[in-house]
Design a protein around this ligand. Sequence first.
Ligand SMILES: Nc1nc2c(ncn2[C@@H]2O[C@H](COP(=O)(O)OP(=O)(O)OP(=O)(O)O)[C@@H](O)[C@H]2O)c(=O)[nH]1
Ligand SMILES: [Mg+2]
Length: 201
Amino acid sequence: MNEDFNLIFKFVDNFIIIDERHMKSTIKIIVIGEPAAGKTSLVKRFITSHFSTDYRASIGANMFIKKLILDSGHEIKIQLWDIAGQERWIKMRHLYYKGTQGVLILGDLTREKSFTQIENFWCPDIGKYCTEVPIILIANKNDLNSNISENAVRSLGERINAQDVLFTSAKTGENVEKAFKLISELVIKNLNKNKTNNLKN
Ligand SMILES: Nc1nc2c(ncn2[C@@H]2O[C@H](COP(=O)(O)OP(=O)(O)OP(=O)(O)O)[C@@H](O)[C@H]2O)c(=O)[nH]1
Ligand SMILES: [Mg+2]
């Protein structure tokens, strides 16, 4: 297993045991989007460098912590919440949103509906529970053929105020590390901006 694989704990559903000592310098990123868009695969690729073709719908949420050195030199821990997309989790999903500092929102390039749902459901859903946090729009499964144009994805990114749009593949690893690093950089920038604003007031 990868040396910097830094899984401290994993939980399913509401059963959470948090070791506070590990949480101090941690930023919270959530990964959301339609069922089977590839959220778990993207996170798994990032954490373990592996990919599996099996689809096992996530239950509730999975949480991972990983150490990361950003291009800016910051060494941080990211707390990654891979949140189940299936409708049956709709009532409890917002529990996992609490304290979110950055969002990766996934569409599946082989299913147009997974992108329309981002605008119709996922963005309004996080808007209800998260204050303004950086969002990156992820167009996943870029290794497969797609009828969805790059322009359509980018214009969705503008409409939802995403700070960036990345085309990824959990299968090949394309842009996966970049996505997690970029959202972390944006979170740190946002935190620094808020700190400066608070000092001014
Ligand atoms: N070719 C290809 N297949 C992918 C990619 N990402 C995910 N998949 C496949 O898509 C299916 C669903 O992936 P998951 O990662 O389980 O999807 P999910 O978004 O976590 O789904 P839920 O847990 O139900 O919300 C699996 O069969 C994966 O192998 C990708 O980048 N390329
Ligand atoms: Mg999943």
